[in-house]
Structures are given as structure tokens and as C-alpha cells.
Design a protein around this ligand. Structure first.
Ligand code: OOG
Ligand code: MG
Length: 262
């Protein structure tokens, strides 16, 4: 750790205020170039602590930057992990209020719900599939608190990996009955197709992202708890959405999920 506790608390407060007030900020590494990976996750942990102290729950976990399309779009090279606060949940077909956000983008994702806890190190695709209860289609709405979505990995980890809103579809399928690599994914904005992909875009198989999350948590003495919902990462690049946009995600075998920006 390179930052002291007071600086970590101050940066967490700053980033969380930017989220809650929908204000952007330059990336924090501009002023704190010495910060390391532990500092970045410590800032994210402090944001989580602040939310829980205010009565929020953690509704799910997420892996991000798990596809080459996303890594290329954001100019970074390794996955990151964050959490989904309960108030980010949007019902299927529900609305997302643009005024509460800075510059939202949407991502098509495969969502895992775990039957059993998963603890790294040593987690692999097999362990993930054995521990998974079912999968669902999910739309993640990301909203980096950084100006013009410009950040490096440490800044985005501290900013809870741009987490903002999320929507899940109601058709569930046991992961074991599907080949998650070849599931086709179609993202539509106002009826036009804006992105296309397949499950394998996420690290060859989206369960790899869940295994990496378990191994990441294991290195910190934590685990993915039984029942956890996990967004495994955008399959295509993220697509900007604004007031009036109707978004629909269709995933082969998993049905569709939609939301509207108002
Ligand atoms: C970071 C979050 C990325 C994903 O699914 O790749 C993410 C960002 O691009 O702002 O959630
Ligand atoms: Mg995402």
C-alpha cells in the first residue's frame, strides 16, 4: 500500500460523491500516481463500506474488461472486479433515469447465479460450472465517474469499475445444458442492431471470468458466496445510451431483456 488510510477514505468519499451527484472528475491517478493495486481495491472497499453503513446491500458482483472488445475500447489489458449495489437494480423492461447518471453506456452480459460458494485459488471453468445454479441474460449500465470515460486500471478499480445500474432477464437456464461459448448475443438500440457477439468473446468462456473473480477474492481471504449473482463482463464494446433510447438484449437460448432510458 502506498496511500495512507486518510487518503483512501478521502478518495472513496470523492468518488462516491461523484456517483451520487452524477458529477465527473479527472482520474485519481493524475494526483496519486504512486497508488498501487491494493490501494485501488482499498478505495473500492471503502466505498462499499460507506454504502453498507447507509443501509445498502451488495446485490451482486461483477467482472469487467473481460473481453478483447472492451479491453480495446478502454485501452487496458486485464480484467477488474467490483460490486453491484442494491439500488442499481432496474426491473426487466424498466426505466433508467439519465439525469441520475453522467454518461451511461450499456453492455450485454451473461449473468451467473451460484448454488454453492466458490473460493480460490485454483478455481477453473469446471469448478465454476459445478457451483453454478443457473445463468441469465443481463444488461449492465456502466457510468464511469471519470471525465470522458478516460481512466487507467487503478482508477477504474477505485471507482467500483464504473458500476451504475443493471437489469436481468427472467429466463433462467442451467449452465450445464448450454455451450456458453457459442451463445449468440444481439444488442439493439431503438430496434437497430448496434453490437453482436458470442459468449466466447469473454475470455474464451464466460465462466473463466467467474473463476478469475473467485481467485481474486481468494487471494484476499474472501469467497464468492452461495447465491451470489455475478455479471461476467461485456461481450461487445459498450454502447452509449441517452434519453429516449429503448435497449433490448437478445441472447440465444436465454431470451431477451430490455430497458428504456428516460
Ligand atoms: C469499466 C467496467 C467494464 C465490463 O463489463 O467490461 C465492465 C468500464 O469500461 O468503464 O463492466
Ligand atoms: Mg460490465
Amino acid at each position: 500500500m502506498k496511500l495512507d488510510q486518510a487518503t483512501i477514505a478521502q478518495l472513496a468519499e470523492h468518488l462516491e460523491n461523484c456517483e451520487l451527484k452524477a458529477r465527473d472528475t479527472p482520474k485519481i491517478t493524475d494526483e496519486h500516481s504512486a497508488m498501487d493495486w491494493d490501494d485501488a481495491y482499498a478505495i473500492q472497499d471503502e466505498i462499499r463500506r460507506r454504502k453498507i453503513a447507509r443501509g445498502s446491500r451488495v446485490a451482486g458482483l461483477k467482472a469487467g474488461l473481460t473481453s478483447f472488445a472492451k479491453m480495446k475500447q478502454m485501452g487496458v489489458g486485464t480484467p477488474v472486479f467490483g460490486f453491484l449495489p442494491d439500488y442499481g437494480a432496474v426491473p426487466e423492461g424498466g426505466t433508467i433515469t439519465v439525469d441520475e447518471l453522467i454518461h451511461p453506456r450499456i453492455e450485454p452480459e451473461i449473468v451467473f447465479v451460484m448454488k454453492h460458494a466458490l473460493k480460490g485459488p485454483g478455481c477453473h471453468i469446471g469448478a465454476v460450472l459445478a457451483a453454478t445454479d443457473f445463468v441469465m441474460p443481463g444488461l449492465e449500465v456502466i457510468d464511469s465517474r471519470y471525465r470522458d470515460f478516460k481512466f487507467d486500471l487503478k482508477s477504474v478499480i477505485a471507482d467500483n469499475t464504473s458500476s451504475a445500474r443493471f437489469v436481468v432477464g427472467a429466463r433462467i437456464k442451467p449452465a450445464a445444458t448450454l455451450d456458453l461459448r457459442t451463445l449468440g448475443v444481439v444488442l439493439e438500440k431503438n430496434g437497430a442492431i448496434v453490437a453482436l457477439g458470442a459468449g466466447a468473446a469473454v475470455l474464451g468462456h464466460p465462466a473463466t471470468a467467474v473463476a478469475m473473480l473467485a481467485n481474486h477474492l481468494g487471494a484476499r481471504g474472501e469467497e464468492i458466496p452461495a447465491g451470489a449473482m455475478i455479471f461476467s463482463g461485456g461481450i461487445t464494446e459498450a454502447v452509449a445510451a441517452g434519453r429516449g433510447d429503448n435497449i433490448t438484449l437478445r441472447i440465444h437460448e436465454l431470451g431477451s431483456v430490455a430497458c428504456k432510458f428516460v
